[in-house]
Write a protein that binds this ligand. Structure first.
Ligand code: ADP
Length: 259
């Protein structure tokens, strides 16, 4: 963060946005949106100007995780003004829908929406725009990789085999799109029993570190299974905005991304 990328021809970098970083996963439910939200908050706490774009159009979770209710406002030039929470500007299709309302769009409309989120939203000056991708190696990553100036990608995985296999496919896709892999994050790495201190590797152990070494990308963080993280996500208070050990862990992660 901080270095200006050289724009390639035909690629979109929203005006004022210095860098786009995607947060993806091969599989759903591994905590990708949780990590994206908390990383965005931690970067903002570290003094960066941060935006968070929820590109998970069929399953947008950022409005809830960031505690945002109500839709975006229109700016003077008819561009959408993203609401701000915890120092982060947030845009999500979920801000325009009721929580139980489904998006019934075909692929091309979806891609149109994604492109509009990049071009028709007044992001202002941003050091980094974090994009929370839908799980898997689908259309959204392809569109983002081909059409936008994607500086790099972070992959989130649990240590579980199925999640890792899917993450590997995601990394293969990033390589084909020539998007640099910034690093891997192992989420739900371990569970520390708060009563007896016992450590349980619920989803296995060591897989993400081994994968990171294999592909020569850094293992950026190993984040435990943590009740506060889950509660904070459900209640719209990301743990990274608090003052506990998880806020420290996310601050460390943010520090690793700031150059
Ligand atoms: P994804 O974006 O990969 O589908 P989410 O971020 O929506 O996953 O997380 C799925 C569920 O797991 C959410 O309820 C979230 O609060 C919870 N969760 C994510 N990371 C953790 C963690 N480290 N510890 C405990 N719960 C977590």
């Amino acid at each position: 963060i901080g270095r200006h990328p050289v724009p390639q021809q035909g690629k979109i970098l929203p005006p004022g946005v210095k860098k786009i970083i995607s947060v993806g996963s091969g599989k759903g439910g591994v905590g990708k949106s949780t990590v994206a939200a908390n990383l965005a908050v931690a970067l903002a706490r570290a003094g960066k100007k941060v935006g968070l774009l929820d590109a998970d159009i069929y399953g947008p979770s950022q409005p809830r995780m960031m505690g945002i209710a109500g839709g975006p406002q229109s700016g003077p030039d008819n561009r959408l003004l993203p609401p701000e929470a915890f120092g982060v500007k947030v845009m999500s299709i979920g801000l325009m829908l009721k929580e139980d309302q489904a998006v019934v769009w075909r692929g091309p409309m979806l891609m149109g929406a994604l492109q509009q989120f990049l071009t028709d939203v007044d992001w202002g000056e941003l050091d980094v725009l974090i994009v929370d991708l839908p799980p898997g190696t689908g259309d959204v990553l392809l569109t983002l990789g081909q059409k936008s100036e994607l500086a790099g990608a972070i992959m989130v995985s649990t240590p579980q085999d199925v999640a890792l296999i899917d993450a590997r496919k995601g990394i293969d896709m990033l390589n084909r799109l020539e998007v640099p892999v910034i690093g891997l994050i192992e989420n739900m790495s371990v569970y520390h029993c708060p009563k007896c201190g016992h450590e349980e590797h619920v989803f296995g152990h060591g897989g993400v570190a081994a994968e990171a070494e294999k592909i020569g990308a850094p293992l950026l963080a190993q984040l435990p299974i943590d009740l506060e993280t889950r509660l904070g996500g459900d209640e719209g208070r990301p743990v990274a905005a608090g003052d506990g050990v998880m806020a420290e862990a996310y601050a460390t992660l943010a520090g690793r991304l700031i150059d």
